[in-house]
Write a protein that binds this ligand. Sequence first.
Ligand code: PMP
Length: 396
Amino acid sequence: MSRPHFARWLGQTNDVTQVFLAAGQIPDLINLAGGLPEPETWPVPELAELARSAVADHPGVTLAYPPIDGLPGLRDLIAARFSTPALQLSRENVLITTAGMQALDLLGKVLIDEGGLIAAQSPAYLGALDAWRPRQPRYRPLQMGANDFDAEAALSGAQFAYMVPNFSNPTGRLVGLAERHALIRAAETTGTWLVEDDPYGALYYDGAPLPRLISLWAEAHPGPYSGPIVYLGTVSKEIAPGLRIGWVIAAPEMIAALTTAKQASDMCTSGICQQIVQDAFASGLADRIRPVILDLYRARRDALCAAMDAHLGDLFDWEVPVGGMFVWAIAKNPALDTDRLLKVGLDHGVCISPSSVFDPLGQDRRAIRLNFTLNPPDKLAEGIRRLSAATRTLAA
Ligand code: PMP
């Protein structure tokens, strides 16, 4: 019996995903493939107390159905946190979501017509590609970084543009200030929505953070915000991913459309988790743990890159990322197939993410993504030694 619709969803589990699933069973595997924060950064006693008080002190709020668009107090807090002298945000600019992933899913529902065109940084976040796949969109790669990058040509005709300006997943790349200006100018001239996905914006290890696209836009258009930038935030990397709290900051009309879509998706985000996050921000918890997270991840990035210098310099090219969670390494040998490296790597006890999963067309086999936040320095170094051996075996 044929079940075409069901089969279409099963078809999303490709070969590489099967390999990842099997990898979970391998003992002593060093996992450089994921994008997980270090559990030791989670403020467990503080969150436990906030969880207790969320239920005990606010049962009328947290055990009821919260408003679809989020707890008013949390929306106000996010509006205040992200406002600048030019960017005037109010509650109407904020939708609380079940973390960043839901925001991506809702944007796909609201903005993409069947077969529509998305201008996206390429390679792109796998979760976004997966969320939008049911609409079977076409992709136009945003060739940022290229000298002749023409932002206006890149955005025109697209249903929206998608980017992670701070430390892209997978490449770890930071979009520079000149490109940021070019993008917001292009959003203005073309009238294209520009989705600024920013889960790593708090993870700058060197230098001062660059202004967000939404703040840059507001400098040219000060006042109550109603611009084309749709900003996505999340507590996943700043506090803990299990809270599943994120937010969209956008023009009130976009917030209204996404709220309608959210009602049909999950009705509302957990009130308990919203209250915990509201109290965590209000009490300064997120700000207190940030320096500890930054020191830990900076040291791990340095350890990974030092091991790469020692063992991979003749095999791959990479740039040291200024922040985020990933190093993107491109094979010097164009014939190296990183889908195969994933499998050979597992035989050597190391797991990496191959570039094919981040390519909207699934074709790029030349690069790998390495995560440095989840493992301590000695494991990172051992993982890179194993990866070096695996790459040499494959090349032999
Ligand atoms: N966007 C990007 C670029 C990500 O890397 C992630 C997850 N790591 C997300 C969105 C979604 O994260 P979450 O749903 O945990 O907020």
